[in-house]
Each structure stands twice: as C-alpha cells, then as structure tokens.
Design a protein around this ligand. Structure first.
Ligand SMILES: Cc1cc2nc3c(=O)[nH]c(=O)nc-3n(C[C@H](O)[C@H](O)[C@H](O)COP(=O)(O)O)c2cc1C
Ligand code: SF4
Length: 399
C-alpha cells in the first residue's frame, strides 16, 4: 500500500493515507460555529493535499463544554450554515472532513460551564479540581441523546463521517475506563457496563443515520491507576466493532497523565508558566521565581517514552486481534514511519502537531520536497490553547 494512494478507511474515501488528526484550533465564532478564519485554515490544509481532516473537537451539549477559549460547539440553532460552508469549502478540494464530537465530563470546570460538572463517578481531576457529580441515569440518557443529535447533525451539515471522542480523559474515556468509572449499576462494574453508554449511542444513531461513517478515537493506554491497558483496550475495540464503529484512531493518555497524549522530551516550562492557571496569574516576581526553580528540576522529571510512533505497538496489538480499520496517531513525523505503518496493515496515519507547524506538510511530502516534519515536538502549542488560538510557537518563547 502506498501512503499517497486514494483509499478507503472506515467507509470514508480518502485522498491519501495522511490524515490531519483532530486539533482544537481555538477559532470558533461566538456561537460555537466555525469562524471564517477557521474555514480558511481548513481550506489551506485541504488545498495542500491532506488526505482527510478530522475537525477539532466540537462539544455536544453546553454542560460538556471545554474550558479552552473558542472551542467549537455542535448545538444551538445558528451554527448550521457555518458548518455547511466549512464542509463545502473543504470538499471543493476533494478532501473528506470528519466531525469529532466530545463531552468534557470532569475535564472542565463547573465555573466555566455554569452548572455542576458531571462524570460517571464523583471524582476529582488533577488539573480541574472541583469535584464532578456522579451522573444519574437521566444524565446518561441526556448525554447519549446529545451525541446522537450531534452525529445526525454532522450528516446533515455535509460531513463525511463523525468521530466519537473516547480518548484523552474526556467523558466517554472516563466511562470506559475502570479508573473513572466506579459505578455499581448497569453503566459500570465490568466492561459491558462501562461500554453501555457507547453501545446505546451507536444503537440510537444507527437507527437514524444508517451506514453514515462513525469513527472512534480511543486512548488504548493511559497512566491512570486501573486505567486503560492494551489487553483491556483490545476487548473494548472488539465491542466497538460489534456496536458498528467503522474505524478506530489509536491514541493514548489522559490530560491527567501530563504530556503523554502528545509527548515531548521535556515539559515546556516557559509555556506552562505563561499559559497554565493558576501559575500564569501569579504575581510577576513569584511567577519568575517559580519558573526558575521549575527549570532547575525539569531535566529530572521523567517523560513518557518512546517519543515517536508511540501508539504503533498498541495499534499493531489491536490489528492482530480485531478486524477493523485503524488510524495511527502520535509522534508520526517521518515519511518512512508513515509507510512502515501502512505496510503493517494500518489504514492511515494521522498527525496533529506536524500540521500545526506546517499546514502544507502533506503536499511537501508528496512532492518529495521533504521527508519529515520540521516540528520538534516541544509542545508549546499544547499550552497556548489554554488562553489563545492554536499556533506553532517554535522559537517564539524564550527557552
Ligand atoms: C494544540 C493541540 C490541540 C489538540 N486538540 C485535539 C482535539 O481537539 N481532539 C483530539 O482528539 N486530540 C487533540 N489533540 C491531540 C492530537 O490530536 C494528537 O492525538 C496528539 O497531539 C498526538 O499526535 P501528534 O504527535 O501528531 O501531535 C490536540 C493536540 C494539540 C497539540
Ligand atoms: S510549538 Fe510548533 S514545533 Fe513545538 S510542538 Fe507545537 S507545532 Fe511542533
């Protein structure tokens, strides 16, 4: 299989096997729809030979909102025309676009969403310390309906498929994982209970949208106690296939893991002290002092390894056990690695930071102008989103 050939993954026809993985761009309008700037950004990606775009996560209901500014939303009456314009513009270049849909669960703050945040179980989050309330059955059914409505809208707005966010510590990851889900009722206890919410979303959705492509992004592993491990993830993937999921993007980590989902040799301390609360708002002298101390200990802080192709082993383990189309994300930056992944039977590779760094990367790779991304995986872009729209800050923050 050639990385640049037309192909079909998860029932979607791709221009090639290089996908832009979902990336929060921080460019939603005041009502949560895509702004003109975001539409231009996606048009540029499409024009420059990306095989498919997975839109940055869009929230399915206000109670699941993100604390990042200008996050996309998939509810409300005024967004339809903006999303239709977005999909139309991207389609002009023959590029498919998938809507990633999410609920933040306890990975947000009650203050931001204006109501008490909810999660499968009443648990604190390391970085969002106000405790979430355990969901009632009514809450669960309401969230299911919000996902169903959003997927139905994705079809109506002209998306080529929807991707359910079951990764990185968001609500559905919390449900599926024994770390976040301590429930003793039918939505917990064991794997079938933990996955019941996903099963019901799929059942209800399929009854309305038929064979509209539905993908999942899954954290196959994380570092949480009793959290996701590959042997368990394989069983989850078997269920996802049974429920009618068309493709799985294999990721890892939870926001609570620190830099695991997007790995870096070192914690980007300058960016942490500039963008992350509460340290960003400390009095200036204290911020400077703490930053200097943090920089001293930074080299001693262990970071997850490996730094490249870090979900490849998970993807291969899933491939060997489950007959479903797979997409590999995480530290993919070299053409050779991309080809290795597809030669091993993985349907496509996806990238996030490399496309933040070089939105025309796919074209440059295709034309043979480069063989790898320029992104140094410093993760400054992963911190800037806490206050501003997403951008590559390489060389722009002093080290
Ligand atoms: C700025 C930024 C925004 C991100 N937004 C999303 C998102 O909206 N949805 C998602 O599933 N993952 C998101 N991620 C994670 C990436 O999609 C990807 O899984 C991770 O960065 C590893 O891939 P990479 O090594 O190609 O960057 C984001 C990562 C970064 C750095
Ligand atoms: S700031 Fe730029 S170089 Fe650093 S990880 Fe993000 S995209 Fe890559």
């Amino acid at each position: 299989m050639n990385i640049f050939e037309n192909c079909q993954v998860g029932k979607v026809k791709l221009k090639n096997r290089i996908i832009r993985s979902a990336t929060h761009d921080g460019l939603a309008d005041e009502d949560g729809g895509p702004s003109e700037e975001l539409i231009r950004k996606y048009a540029f990606l499409a024009q420059n030979e990306v095989g498919c775009i997975i839109q940055g996560y869009a929230i399915v209901s206000p109670e699941g909102a993100s604390s990042y500014p200008r996050c996309l939303a998939f509810y409300g009456d005024s967004i339809a025309d903006k999303y239709k314009k977005l999909t139309n513009v991207v389609h002009q270049y023959g590029t498919p676009i998938i809507a990633q849909l999410a609920h933040c669960g306890r990975q947000t703050s009650s203050k931001v969403i204006g109501v008490k945040k909810i999660a499968p179980s009443a648990k604190r989050h390391l970085f969002y310390p106000d405790k979430a309330e355990a969901m009632t059955i009514e809450d669960i059914l309401r969230v299911e309906d919000a996902f169903v409505e959003a997927i139905v809208k994705a079809k109506e707005y002209g998306f080529d498929g929807a991707q359910i966010h079951l990764a990185h510590g968001y609500l559905l990851h919390d449900f599926v994982s024994a770390n976040g889900n301590k429930r003793k009722d039918e939505y917990g206890k064991e794997i079938f209970g933990r996955c019941k919410i996903v099963k019901e979303i799929l059942q209800k959705t399929r009854a309305i949208v038929g064979d509209f492509p539905i993908w999942v992004k899954l954290s196959a592993t994380d570092k949480r106690k009793k959290g996701m491990r590959i042997s368990y993830a394989i069983e989850v993937c078997k269920l996802l296939k049974e429920y009618g999921v068309d493709a799985i993007e294999v990721s890892c980590g939870s926001v609570q893991d620190g830099m695991n989902t997007m790995r870096s040799r070192r914690m980007p301390m300058d960016a942490v002290f500039k963008y992350r609360e509460p340290v960003a708002s400390m009095p200036k002298f204290l911020n400077k002092f703490c930053l200097a101390c943090a920089k001293l200990i930074n080299p001693l802080l262990p970071q997850p390894k490996p730094l490249t192709m870090f979900n490849y082993d998970s993807a291969m383990a899933i491939k060997d056990n489950v007959d479903i189309d797979l997409i590999l994300v995480g530290g993919v930056a070299k053409l050779d690695d991309m080809q290795k992944a597809v030669d091993s039977g993985i349907g496509a590779v996806s990238m996030c930071r490399p496309f933040i760094c070089e939105p025309n990367l796919a074209k440059k790779l295709k034309e043979g102008k480069v063989t790898q991304s320029r992104c140094v995986m410093c993760n400054y872009c992963g911190l800037v989103i806490e206050k501003e729209s997403t951008k590559c800050l390489l060389g722009r923050i002093k080290k």
